[in-house]
Design a protein around this ligand. Structure first.
Ligand SMILES: Cc1cc2nc3c(=O)[nH]c(=O)nc-3n(C[C@H](O)[C@H](O)[C@H](O)COP(=O)(O)OP(=O)(O)OC[C@H]3O[C@@H](n4cnc5c(N)ncnc54)[C@H](O)[C@@H]3O)c2cc1C
Length: 439
């Protein structure tokens, strides 16, 4: 990327006086994309900034990690998503600072002045301040995490095929998922379905009977946001598949080749997948306000921060009435934020946020999901069909929807997971490695 150019393009001195207010949106996730769409017909210029050039559909992230979908089915280029929005420009950059007084954000590519700023930067994995947990576990929070996990799992089986010691072999193919929320149970179920019908056939010459998936949950229940009947249904479904669920099992430490629980139990495993919580994205700290216990920025009912009505925070990064960190919350808040920006530019009163709960769902694997929609509860096959329809309908592009449907159909009928290439990601050097810089 040409650094000087992208910074200059937006530096105050290099452009004519702005006739329309500039809205800078940080983050092109669920909230950011909804927001720029909501501002399409508003008399503002929008600059959308993200550290990645793609928008990620996180609910299907675990399917990339478990060899069911390709990354391109769950991630779409941001430029493609916004190219029909004439008042929106996209900038690929990492936001590292915010100057509230000067009304400007700092990125690794240069500064961008704003009239209105919306932070929609989402969240990161929460290790509760324990760096060792982070270093010794795998995460499932973003696309590189999912691709690394996909490779890691396949690699463990290849290593197991060379291992003659049965104890070491079992440890290599024992996967421990930490956290009994939707991400943990969805990945645990999908991993077991990858191992049993698929990898068992691939590794016919190796004894992989010791392969197992454990799920450690600190509290006495999984899926705590769901009704008890659905929690029980999910537990039974996991058990039927062979996932060993360990309730009341908080983690004390992750060490080389083992996971140690608070009560002293030790699980020999070379793979710990950490899905035990999320924390507001670090960029929230740049606002220099006191964050809540989950690292989120406190906002008022109109999603503005105290003392700065021109700055709003939405989605996972916003702390308001302890709402859950869900895509629906992010989308609904973004809709209000765009309406509020319009109201401010037109000199009208801003609106207050009211969350309309559209329900929650989680799948445990083939033919099994739990869903709670208003007063209705669904589990088993019906829940699963609902889950499929809702997720398919929410994928942003027609192409991704079509390919996802085809992949799901193939996987279901053939009991297969064709995406099993082991292609470790390699860091691309900077432009000088490619002979692309000026002397
Ligand atoms: C594995 C997984 C499964 C999930 N499943 C569901 C589900 O089934 N249903 C549901 O409702 N919710 C689900 N969620 C939660 C849902 O993904 C979040 O609530 C939602 O993404 C929040 O939207 P957002 O726009 O606030 O943040 P995000 O969608 O996370 O987007 C934030 C964006 O900000 C960018 N960004 C962050 N920091 C910077 C920076 N400093 N500079 C530039 N760009 C930055 C990021 O690159 C990202 O693109 C899931 C989450 C995960 C991790």
């Amino acid at each position: 990327m040409d650094n000087s150019q992208s910074a200059d393009t937006l530096a105050p001195s290099a452009r004519p006086t702005r006739l329309r207010p500039r809205v800078v949106v940080v983050g092109a996730g669920f909230a950011g994309i909804t927001l720029v769409r909501g501002l399409k017909r508003v008399a503002v210029d929008v600059v959308l900034v993200d550290q990645h050039n793609y928008h990620l559909f996180t609910p299907l992230l675990y399917q990339v990690a478990s060899s069911q979908l390709d990354p391109s089915e769950i991630a779409q280029p941001i430029r493609k998503l916004v190219r029909g929005i004439r008042n929106c420009d996209f900038k690929l950059a990492h936001v590292a600072g915010i100057d509230l007084a000067a009304k400007s954000i700092t990125t690794d590519q240069g500064a961008i002045p704003y009239d209105y700023l919306v932070l929609a930067a989402g969240s990161v994995s929460n290790y509760f301040g324990n760096d060792k947990l982070k270093r010794h576990s795998l995460a499932l929070k973003n696309l590189p995490d999912a691709m690394a996990l996909h490779n890691w799992v396949l690699q463990r089986f290849e290593m197991a095929s060379w291992e003659s010691d049965p104890e070491r072999r079992t440890r290599l193919i024992t996967f421990t998922v930490v956290g009994g929320g939707p991400t943990g149970i969805e990945f645990a179920g999908a991993l077991l379905e990858l191992i049993h019908p698929v990898l068992r056939k691939d590794f016919r010459g190796t004894d992989i009977s010791g392969a197992q998936v454990l799920l450690a949950e600190a509290t006495s229940q999984i899926l705590s946001a769901f009704k008890p009947r659905l929690r029980q249904a999910a537990l039974r479904s996991l058990a039927r598949r062979g996932v060993k669920v360990l309730l009341d099992s908080p983690v004390r430490a992750i060490e080389r080749h083992r996971l140690v629980l608070e009560d002293g139990r030790s699980i020999p495993t070379s793979s710990v997948i950490w899905t035990a919580g999320v924390f507001g994205a670090p960029v929230g700290a740049c606002l220099q306000v006191e964050l809540d216990r989950m690292g989120r920025v406190p906002v008022g009912p109109s999603l503005q921060i105290a003392g700065h009505p021109e700055v709003m925070v939405v989605g996972d990064l916003a702390s308001l009435e302890d709402l859950p960190m869900l895509a629906q919350v992010a989308i609904q808040q973004a809709r209000l934020a765009s309406a509020n920006i319009r109201a401010m530019t037109e000199g009208r009163q801003v609106g207050r946020f009211r969350y309309h709960d559209r329900g929650i769902m989680a799948t445990v694997g083939r033919n099994s999901a739990v869903a709670e929609i208003g007063p209705f509860q669904f589990s088993g096959f019906l829940g699963w069909v609902l889950w499929l329809v809702v997720h398919l309908a929410n994928i942003l592009t027609f192409r991704a929807r079509l390919f996802t449907l085809l992949n799901w159909g193939w996987n279901y009928i053939a009991l297969d997971r064709p995406i099993r290439l082991l292609v470790p990601a390699r860091r691309v050097g900077d432009a000088s490695d490619l002979g692309d810089t000026e002397a």
